[in-house]
Write a protein that binds this ligand. Structure first.
Ligand SMILES: [Zn+2]
Length: 378
């Protein structure tokens, strides 16, 4: 066997293992026969991979399935006590923390609150202490920490995971991964909250089995994530999808980034004087004209920006995630009219625009999934 052939075989073996674990995770508990069908791999390959995973205590047998009279098959799934996953999600002035099992079932959660003037290192110190407490409190499930996922609310440079400019916090150039790595000594997977939100949608939400989608995180600002041909597109340095600071009005109001007419100033909670969407929806439902007008403008402004995204990427699905999911037709109707006015009809008719069904949990679920995915690749 040539060196190249051996390399190809090793790569294929790894690919089959990853695919098997991913499908097992999605469909478990499942029989080996069904798993072979789901992965498209032959039974012998599945048997080998499963035997290896069983010897590492990663999976367990749970009951049997009677598929045909007289025939029963054992069902397998991941061993829930194999290890714990930790998730850290940055939001403006609050960090959500969670610890889950290997199925992203949350076992413990907590928040760290801080103000704009709190020293970043002090905030990170609190985060580390609370997370360590959370991990210990789940020791009845497992004492092994598999990794820490982090969803940031900032631009993130790929390669060194340097946090760039959290505008709402005045945090700049914080080497978060290095700090957490020293504290926890496990893989630390840092990505933007929007990219993690897309991953959450892929496993639990609207992006299941979707190849081309755009996920928008719309709350106290706007972030985005591009799924192209089944993969998250990052661009040259990892900044792709950062659509919140696209200019949509040359003479618009100033943004905290220093530019004028940024999309997020005109289409997120910033446009509502930093008040939550839910508060404006309550007011609109009671007939408050000013609230209705502002929500209508947000819908229109979202439509303007989304029309550009659709023209550039031709996605099959645009997901509106995070706080905006409470807005219903107050925002969706003007948004859709704006799209009708701006996008080719033959493109628009094949593009779904929907609110996430996960509310603002897609980010945390995706952050935990990023840790679980490291197990699929191990
Ligand atoms: Zn801006």
């Amino acid at each position: 066997m040539t060196h190249k052939n051996a390399m190809n075989q090793a790569a294929m073996k790894q690919q089959n293992r990853e695919k098997t674990m991913q499908e097992l995770w999605i469909h478990s508990p499942i029989s080996r026969t069904l798993l072979a069908q789901e992965t498209g791999l032959n039974k012998a390959t599945i048997t080998n991979v499963i035997a290896d995973l069983q010897s590492n205590n990663l999976i367990t047998t749970i009951g049997t399935e009677h598929s045909k009279p007289g025939r029963s098959q054992s069902l397998i799934m991941f061993n829930k006590s194999y290890g714990l996953c930790a998730g850290v999600v940055f939001r403006p002035q609050v960090i959500s923390l969670a610890v889950s099992d290997i199925y992203a079932t949350i076992l413990w959660s907590e928040e760290v609150r801080f103000t704009i003037s709190t020293d970043p290192m002090e905030v990170i110190g609190q985060l580390v202490e609370k997370l360590k407490t959370g991990i210990s409190s789940c020791s009845h499930v497992s004492t092994r920490l598999l990794g820490v996922g982090v969803g940031t609310a900032s631009l993130l440079r790929e390669g060194d995971d340097m946090l760039y400019a959290i505008h709402s916090l005045d945090w700049k150039n914080i080497p978060l991964r290095n700090i957490l790595s020293k504290e926890f000594k496990v893989p630390i997977i840092v990505d933007t909250g929007s990219n993690n939100g897309m991953v959450g949608e892929q496993y639990f939400g609207l992006a299941k089995n979707i190849r081309n989608a755009f996920y928008l995180s719309i709350g106290y600002g706007i972030g985005g994530s591009i799924l192209a041909n089944g993969k998250i597109t990052r661009g040259q340095d990892g900044f792709a999808g950062d659509v919140g600071h696209m200019t949509i009005d040359l003479n618009g109001p100033y943004c905290r980034c220093g530019k004028r007419g940024c999309w997020e100033v005109m289409a997120s909670e910033i446009f509502l004087d930093y008040r939550p969407f839910a508060e404006y929806i309550d007011r609109a439902n009671q007939g408050d004209k000013e609230a209705i007008k502002k929500l209508n403008l947000i819908g229109k402004n979202l439509g303007k920006g989304i029309s550009t995204i659709i023209s550039v990427l031709n996605p099959e699905l645009v997901i509106l995630g995070c706080d905006v999911t409470v807005c219903g037709n107050w925002v969706m109707n003007p948004l859709r009219s704006e799209l009708k006015a701006r996008v080719w009809p033959f493109v628009l008719e094949k593009t779904r625009i929907e609110y996430s069904t996960l509310g603002n949990t897609s980010n945390m679920l995706g952050t935990l999934m990023r840790v679980i995915e490291t197990i699929f690749k191990s």
